[in-house]
Design a protein around this ligand. Structure first.
Ligand code: FES
Length: 81
């Protein structure tokens, strides 16, 4: 089983638009974190398609250990690297 790569040990603060479709990178290999750039090819991972109801800033997970994808839940603080 492939493991997700820790893209960063802090979340990404991004501004999202209501109703627009976004693709969150679950594999951690994307060079366009926190979004998918297709680098998951050949792994078991697929991106997570999501939308937001309100436009504004959010913190998206980059450590790929959040239990509240695509959002940061603070799990990066518990990582043992
Ligand atoms: Fe990570 Fe697509 S590049 S899910």
């Amino acid at each position: 089983m492939n493991k997700a790569v820790i893209a960063d040990t802090k979340p990404a603060k991004v501004t999202l638009e209501a109703g627009k479709e976004y693709y969150f990178c679950r594999c951690g290999r994307s060079n366009k974190q926190p979004f998918c750039d297709g680098s998951h090819g050949g792994t078991e991972f697929t991106p997570l398609k999501f939308t937001v109801e309100q436009s504004g800033e959010v913190f998206l997970c980059q450590c790929k250990h959040s239990n509240n994808y695509p959002y940061c839940d603070g799990s990066h603080k518990k990582l043992v690297l």
